[in-house]
Design a protein around this ligand. Structure first.
Ligand SMILES: [Mn+2]
Length: 264
């Protein structure tokens, strides 16, 4: 059983020192990994990233993160990534990582993602150069997630994005802005990869639970959505990665919402 703690949109500012470190400390021995689903900063400032780094530097469990759109706002995403990496955070953008957790290999494939919308109400790569560039970026980052999954040899596969792969976890947001909150391209990749769980943030007014067309559980872990410091999920070893192509896949192991009484 892998115990995942996850939260997105913590939006730490330069005055947020000391607010997230206690959350991280409390996870010691209670979770196997902390996944951060982007928007770690308020405005993508380097000084804010240093606060994030200081808050997670003493983590006693692996911390894996993707950046969000806020973390790109000051055009400092590369430096922000370096600051987080120097603090021991595994920062993913079109890349994956495998963690050995008591003999079970947890693979996390991560990408910021992008907008574009969902089936029946999506932008298409047509018309003006800016619109084509918008949709092309959405397709490319989704492809990056696919590449990241392709490189993973593991027992449990988790997709970590900032933008949403499905509309179900956006319910509560205004429908007019769905195309800016996520893209179905992400869900296609998540289904093709046979992920066991997909986590995202970004939609502060959305809903926690949904699933892809292929049945992969999706959870919106934006902090305002989960209403607590971190959400916790447990996944049993499903063995997808070791399946022979000739044998039918095992029934999907659903993510289980863990008791979070100690982690409010
Ligand atoms: Mn965001």
């Amino acid at each position: 059983m892998i115990r995942i703690a996850a939260v997105g949109d913590i939006h730490l500012g330069t005055d947020s020192g000391g607010t997230f470190a206690p959350v991280v400390r409390e996870l010691a021995g209670q979770a196997d990994v902390l996944l951060l689903a982007g928007d770690l900063t308020q405005h993508g400032r380097v000084a804010e990233a240093r606060v994030v780094a200081a808050e997670v530097a003493a983590a006693e469990l692996p911390v894996v993160a993707v950046l969000g759109n806020h973390d790109y706002h000051d055009d400092a995403e590369e430096e922000i990534t370096r600051i987080l990496v120097d603090a021991g955070v595994i920062v993913l953008e079109g890349a994956g990582t495998v963690l050995d957790i008591a003999g079970t290999r947890l693979g996390v494939a991560g990408v910021k993602g992008f907008g574009g919308g969902f089936a029946g109400a999506s932008c298409s790569e047509f018309g003006e150069p800016l619109m084509k560039a918008f949709v092309r970026h959405s397709r490319e980052v989704a492809a990056g997630l696919g590449t990241a999954f392709g490189d993973l040899t593991c027992d449990i596969r988790v997709a970590l994005t900032h933008y949403a792969p499905i509309p179900d976890t956006l319910i509560g947001e205004r429908a007019e802005i769905y195309p800016f909150l996520g893209s179905y391209h992400l869900a296609e990749v998540i289904d093709a990869a046979g992920a066991d769980l997909a986590l995202h943030g970004h939609a502060h007014a959305g809903s926690e639970r949904g699933s892809t067309a292929g049945g992969v559980p999706v959870r919106n872990v934006a902090r305002p959505v989960i209403g607590k410091s971190v959400a916790r999920y447990e996944i049993a070893h499903g063995g997808h990665a070791d399946q022979d192509a000739q044998t039918p896949p095992p029934s999907r192991v659903p993510a289980i919402e863990a008791d979070s009484r100690a982690l409010s």
